[in-house]
Unconditional design. Structure first.
Length: 129
C-alpha cells in the first residue's frame, strides 16, 4: 500500500513540475517545420535547419539575435559555404544555390479557429554562393 501511495505522489509531482517546466520553455509555444520551398543537396540540410532554428528559439527571444544564432549553428553543421538568414518576410528574390524555408507558428492554431490566434513567421536560410 505504501508503494502505491508513493507511486501516486511521484506521478502527481512529475505532472505538476512538468507543466511548470513547459511554461518556462520559450520554444514550447512554437511549431517549426520546413516548407516545400527548398533547394539543397540532401534532406539532412532540411532536418538540420529545423533543428538549428528550434535551438535558436530556445536561446533567444529577440528575432535579430535568433537569426544570427540560427545561421551560426547551421554554419557549424554545413560549412561548405556561408549562410545568411532572412526572417519575417512576405516576398523575397534571392539568387542562391541552396536555400531552405521554414515556417514558425505559435501553436495556437491547433486549438483555436480564430485567425487572430494564428501567427506565422517565415525564415529563409540561404547560401552565400
Amino acid at each position: 500500500m505504501k508503494f502505491v501511495a508513493l507511486f501516486f505522489v511521484t506521478c502527481v509531482f512529475q505532472v505538476v513540475v512538468g507543466k511548470d517546466l513547459l511554461k518556462k520553455d520559450p520554444s514550447g509555444d512554437v511549431v517549426i517545420h520546413a516548407t516545400n520551398k527548398t533547394s539543397v543537396p540532401s534532406i539532412h540540410y532540411v532536418i538540420d535547419a529545423v533543428d538549428c532554428l528550434k535551438q535558436a528559439y530556445t536561446v533567444y527571444s529577440d528575432s535579430s539575435d535568433r537569426t544570427q544564432v540560427y545561421a551560426e549553428l547551421f554554419q557549424e553543421k554545413h560549412n561548405e559555404t556561408g549562410w545568411n538568414v532572412v526572417a519575417g518576410y512576405t516576398a523575397a528574390y534571392i539568387k542562391s544555390k541552396w536555400y531552405i524555408e521554414a515556417s514558425v507558428t505559435n501553436g495556437k492554431y491547433q486549438d483555436s479557429k480564430k485567425d487572430s490566434d494564428f501567427k506565422s513567421t517565415l525564415y529563409l536560410i540561404f547560401s552565400t554562393e
